[in-house]
Ligand binder design. Structure first.
Ligand SMILES: NC(=O)c1ccc[n+]([C@@H]2O[C@H](COP(=O)([O-])OP(=O)(O)OC[C@H]3O[C@@H](n4cnc5c(N)ncnc54)[C@H](O)[C@@H]3O)[C@@H](O)[C@H]2O)c1
Length: 258
């Protein structure tokens, strides 16, 4: 941990109220960034701002639905008006789908999840990139998922599709933005112990741990550390990559024997 790694940097963290986004906001602030949390959950976001501030960090909260172009435009313009720049965008806001086999999943559910996860990532990047282009500097870090590499949950069509799109957009935007001094990377977390996963129940968590060589679920802090690396100048020559952070889950053949 370097308390000055992000000194003078301004970071927008979507979904920064709790879970992976909450830990990311804390990590970036603990290393000197001025953090703006953009989230729908005002109570939890306010609690995270309080925790960051109490620890000596700089954070504020803007209520923003990442699927609303008007709200996202206003968020990013507001950050530039108040702080002068946007150096880092962590696109963490996301939701999973209600589990249903492809023949049972409703179009409404497919659209709900893909709208938040794909369009939200697109809109936030679109308006942050406008500011980053002006200053010829920026790091965008998207949040994909191991499901885009190797599905491990039945009935996950909408979520898997959305995270595949996030990984693909990450690579596409390198072509659009690299010449402007902007890097675009993603993390692909495996099962991580956040409210989202805690809500799936104990048995589901045990089933996941069984297939993770590191022998535990990821913690939000594990993912936040990878996001912070990709958002830092230590990663200034890393571009278009999807960094899998999953305790080795996706690289092993689960039929392997000693
Ligand atoms: N937890 C996991 O196992 C896991 C694994 C792989 C990828 N991910 C991804 O990591 C990201 C964070 O997941 P998490 O587990 O921390 O989730 P979480 O539910 O704990 O937190 C998600 C946050 O996003 C916010 N949010 C949701 N919809 C929003 C919207 N439309 N506008 C603004 N904010 C919105 C929520 O209010 C919440 O604060 C998601 O993109 C998720 O798909 C999670």
């Amino acid at each position: 941990m370097d308390k000055d790694r992000f000194k003078g940097r301004v970071a927008v963290v979507t979904g920064g109220a709790m879970g992976i986004g909450g830990a990311t906001a804390q990590r970036l602030a603990s290393e000197g960034a001025t953090v703006v949390i953009a989230d729908l959950n005002e109570t939890t976001a306010a609690a995270n701002v309080k925790a960051i501030t109490a620890a000596g960090g700089k954070a504020s909260f803007v209520s923003c639905n990442v699927t609303s172009e008007e709200a996202v435009r206003s968020l990013m313009e507001g950050v530039v008006a108040q702080h002068g720049r946007i150096d880092i965008l962590a696109n963490v806001a996301g939701v999973t789908n209600k589990k249903a086999s492809v023949d049972e999943m409703t179009l409404e559910e497919f659209r709900r999840v893909t709208t938040i996860n794909i369009e939200g990532t697109f809109l936030c990047s679109k308006y942050a990139a406008k500011a980053m282009k002006q200053q010829k500097y920026g790091h965008i870090v998207n949040v994909s998922s191991t499901t885009s590499v190797m599905p491990t949950t039945y009935g996950n069509t909408a979520y898997t599709a959305s995270k595949g799109a996030v990984s693909a957009m990450t690579r596409q935007w390198v072509l659009d933005l690299a010449e402007h001094g902007i890097t675009v990377n993603a993390v692909a977390p495996g099962p991580t112990l956040t409210p989202l996963v805690a809500g799936l129940g104990e048995q589901m968590q045990k089933d996941r741990i069984r297939i993770i060589p590191s022998g535990r679920l990821g913690l939000p802090e594990d993912i936040a550390a990878a996001i912070a690396f990709l958002a830092s100048d230590d990663a200034s020559y890393v571009n278009g990559q999807v960094l899998v952070v999953d305790g080795g889950m996706t690289v092993v053949n689960h039929a392997a024997k000693r």
